[in-house]
Design a protein around this ligand. Structure first.
Ligand code: PLP
Length: 438
């Protein structure tokens, strides 16, 4: 069902035919440099022209194995033929009508599908989850924050150091990732307390030190948490951490918002990563993989929370019909085998990376779930070594392998969920050869 196009035109493995960057790539990068924002962070000179499954062809005809999925987005692989077909058919029928003011079927269908799969207590028609569609992860976070404040009548928020939630003002204020992301942009949203991620001792401090002194829990609207921290380094929390947040929220009538923008939509082998822990949140935020590359996000909430009246929150483009059509097909493909593939391939990837740690002491053991996996790079004394990480990411490109960093000194592996065993083995081989040279 989810296999790569039958009329495949690109090789499935890296194939470099020019020196890198090639002449067309160099010319495009020159043009780009003159007119685009210097805030972009391109670390190596990939100029993408075409994608298919797990490979990207650049403008000079070089083919790369893509373990980035365009920052964990192209869940069904690049240009999955069924997704492309759904997009083409919908585009020919209706490109836009704004779902906040009008109705159309692809949006209703997607809302029904997401509501049916949301992990909230549901026992009938009127207890089904509610969905608000957005264009991006940051917009989902903004909307979720507004909803939490509106519903609770409270204003404060607890979020986590290392957490990443986006670049708009609310989302940036919740983010606790890197100073460069906030320096010079203040004042940010007030009332946000960042605490360390993933450990019970952090939650001990919240309950025993912060709540009784500077952060009255009855003023806290939400605790927002990534089930596996994404940009922060693909950090899996300690056992019981997420469950305990749920308990703290229950104790103080705080809403638990789970940011599944990166970890959701099947990437970890389950539709929502929080299903690994059986957590029942109040609100879930989605984006990235939901529409296989078209801009779409969603806020899922327990039905009783969406009490905001007509006109209180809306968006022109959110829930665009073409993006919803892509998402409806994406969801079908995820459930027809891609989530299983993510689980299996993730295990193979982690097993291969574990082997690497036996040969090379400069890498840590892998962590993560499904195809959300990372390793840290270490110096000779065992400290995190971001220079080495940056060098490996860079050199991998020149070997035809596309990788992305995250955290302080980690490489994240977040390939399209269609990746196959031989492609994982080739990626591991390239990585081993690069480590060999150090
Ligand atoms: N939340 C998480 C967990 C993310 O990883 C990201 C982006 O990386 C965002 C929110 C923001 O999403 P977007 O870049 O679509 O605004």
């Amino acid at each position: 069902m989810f296999s790569i196009p039958i009329d495949r035109t690109l090789p499935r493995m890296p194939q470099l035919i020019t020196s890198l960057p090639g002449p067309r790539a160099r010319a495009l990068i020159e043009r780009d440099r003159a007119v685009t924002s210097p805030s972009y962070t391109r670390s190596y000179p990939l100029v993408a022209a075409r994608g298919e499954g797990c490979v990207i062809e650049d403008v000079d005809g070089n083919v790369f194995l893509d373990l980035t999925a365009g920052i964990a987005v192209t869940a069904t692989g690049h240009a999955h033929p069924l997704v492309v077909e759904a997009i083409q058919q919908q585009a020919a029928r209706l490109l836009h009508m704004s779902g906040t003011d009008f109705y159309y079927e692809p949006m209703v269908e997607l809302a029904e599908s997401l509501a049916a799969r949301a992990p909230f207590p549901q026992s009938g028609e009127d207890t089904r989850a509610r969905v608000f569609f957005t264009n991006s992860g940051a917009e989902s976070i903004e909307g979720a924050l507004k909803l939490a404040r509106y519903y609770t009548g409270r204003s404060r928020v607890v979020s986590f150091l290392g957490g990443f939630h986006g670049r708009t003002y609310g989302a940036m204020s919740l983010t606790g990732s890197k100073t460069v992301q906030r320096q010079g942009f203040g004042p940010l949203l007030p009332g946000i307390t960042h605490i360390p991620y993933g450990t019970h001792s952090s939650l001990d401090d919240l309950e025993e030190k912060l709540f009784p002194t500077v952060l009255p829990p009855e003023e806290v609207a939400e605790i927002i948490v990534e089930p596996i921290q994404g940009e922060g380094g693909y950090i899996v929390p300690e056992e019981g951490f997420l469950e305990r947040i749920r308990q703290i929220c229950d104790r103080h009538q705080i809403l638990m918002i789970v940011d599944e923008v990166q970890s959701g939509m099947g990437r970890t082998g389950k539709l929502f990563a929080l299903a690994h822990w059986g957590i029942v949140p109040d609100i879930i935020t989605l984006a990235k993989g939901i529409a296989s590359g078209l801009p779409l996000g969603a806020i899922l909430s327990r039905p009783e929370l969406m009490t905001w009246p007509p006109g209180s929150h809306a968006t022109t483009f959110g829930g665009n019909p073409v993006a919803c059509a892509a998402a409806n097909t994406t969801l079908r493909l995820l459930e027809a085998g891609l989530m299983d593939n993510a689980r299996q391939m993730g295990e193979e990837l982690q097993a291969g990376l574990t082997q690497l740690t036996r040969r090379f002491e400069r890498v840590s053991l892998p962590r993560g779930k499904g195809l959300m996996v990372a390793i840290d790079f270490l110096d000779a004394d065992g400290n995190l070594d971001w220079d080495l990480r940056d060098r490996i990411v860079d050199q991998a490109f020149y070997r035809g392998l596309l990788l992305l960093g995250c955290g302080k000194a980690a490489i994240r592996f977040c390939p399209p969920l269609v990746i196959e065993s031989d492609q994982i083995q080739v990626a591991l081989k390239i990585l081993a050869e690069l480590l060999e040279k150090i």
